[in-house]
Ligand binder design. Structure first.
Ligand SMILES: CC(C)(COP(=O)(O)OP(=O)(O)OC[C@H]1O[C@@H](n2cnc3c(N)ncnc32)[C@H](O)[C@@H]1OP(=O)(O)O)[C@@H](O)C(=O)NCCC(=O)NCCS
Length: 171
């Protein structure tokens, strides 16, 4: 199992089949999913499909939404990293709520961004968030991204962010 980065408190690593139960519990939580897609808690089959996708991506191209593990306890916390299913590189994160509010979100984002840019040489990474997800937007801004576009999904407005030098015309 490959480790992509270690920070003071976190390990960013490849996924294993042992992560399924923990990830299924994270995405079944209505509070975790409230600001994602249609906001509906996800069934276990969603976690099964997700694990299949990230496992394939890490085996073929290496980069994906990395698993984020709490270094001290070994618990799976959630994910942080890049996906391309919307037709551009989309940086995102998702953690169980027992891990919120302790700075882990930004700690993981900074590390994952470094890996994506410097190990996998990804450029034109974007990130998006519903406008009300202020924690997520704060992480995006702390990563140095600025608003490059607007959109909507499921009837909810969202903002799209990127690095200004890579998106001079916006998206
Ligand atoms: C959004 C999420 C990743 C934030 O993770 P986190 O570990 O709590 O974030 P951090 O502790 O690193 O906080 C980063 C910054 O955002 C701020 N912040 C985080 N959550 C916040 C909230 N709910 N309201 C206001 N500010 C918030 C922090 O104060 C901090 O700002 P600062 O550095 O200026 O003090 C986490 O809440 C989560 O997983 N949510 C569910 C999934 C989700 O919404 N994913 C994003 C979809 S776009």
């Amino acid at each position: 199992m490959k480790i992509h980065a270690r920070t003071e408190r976190l390990i960013l690593r490849d996924w294993t089949s042992d992560d399924l139960d923990d990830y299924a519990a994270i995405v079944a939580d209505p509070e975790v999913i409230a600001h994602i897609g249609d906001g509906e808690p996800r069934a276990r089959s969603y976690a099964v499909d997700f694990l299949a996708t990230v496992t394939e991506q890490q085996a073929t191209r290496g980069w994906t939404r990395f698993a984020v593990e709490h270094a001290k306890t070994g618990h799976l916390m959630g994910f942080c990293g890049v996906d391309d299913k919307i037709g551009r590189l989309d940086f995102g994160w998702r953690y169980g709520k027992e891990f919120w509010g302790a700075g882990y979100g930004y700690e993981a984002a900074a590390a994952a961004l470094w890996v994506c840019q410097n190990v996998f040489h990804l450029t034109h990474i974007t990130s998006k968030s519903y406008l009300e997800n202020v924690g997520s937007i704060r992480i995006i801004e702390k990563m140095g991204m600025v608003k490059i576009g607007e959109g909507a999904a499921f009837g909810r407005p969202l903002a799209i962010y990127g690095f200004k030098n890579e998106w001079p015309e916006g998206v």
